[in-house]
Design a protein around this ligand. Sequence first.
Ligand SMILES: [Zn+2]
Length: 274
Amino acid sequence: MIPASLVDTHAHVQTRHFDADRVETLERARGAGVGALLCVGYDLPTSRAAVTLARAYPDFARASVGLHPNDAQGASAADLETLEALAAEPEVVAIGETGLDYYRDRSSPARQAEVFAWHLRLAEQVAKPVVVHNRDADADAAVHLERSAARRPSGQPPGVLHCFSSEDPVFLQRMLDAGYFVSIAGPVTFRNSRGLPDVVARVPEDRLVVETDCPYLAPEPHRGRRNEPAYVRHTAERLAQLRHISFDALTHHLWTASCLLFPAFGSLPRATPA
Ligand SMILES: [Zn+2]
């Protein structure tokens, strides 16, 4: 059996935080057994840069393009047109990050809803999953996401809730019922990870994926410093512990789930874990 490799399903390695050592960062990721990475945009420049990075690393990286809800307020019609063009690129395997963020008030909830709905329609059109940012907006996010999933052909994965943070088991179940994947980030390794261990226990193995959200949210033992894709291993180790399975078994489940969510990952050569 080929050893499965880890997948970082949400990394912002195209940003300035990695300008000084991007090549080394990606080398460290491979060395840590990361075989695939989704480079996620959150505005136009980072979406373009995500596509450029995916082109530079065709055997390792793919891109997602979108506007973060915090940037929804200023999004122009021309910006959305540009995104629509990017969304059709072959390196782009997902749309986002997009969603609702009621924790910050940089965009009005009404404008966030408009731009989120626009992204969902785009994702449906291009038949690619959506990468969802949801912060303190469970009820409204669920309505949008259930509608979008219902409009998809059956069997097509509607998307992933990135850096899952809701503590409401009813919300989690609604999202699983609608076909969404759940991505767990570094906070699950924190001592005060609150409801996350319970979430990890409830998500079926073919719907659970892992991410860094780097440069943010470094897992223990790197908490508080710059995060990077190699550290996804620490988060995966914690997930194996919480699910009472071996690291190898968990890695296989994560790889399988990641390829269901992003079928393009299935054609990448898998790195052998170090
Ligand atoms: Zn992110």
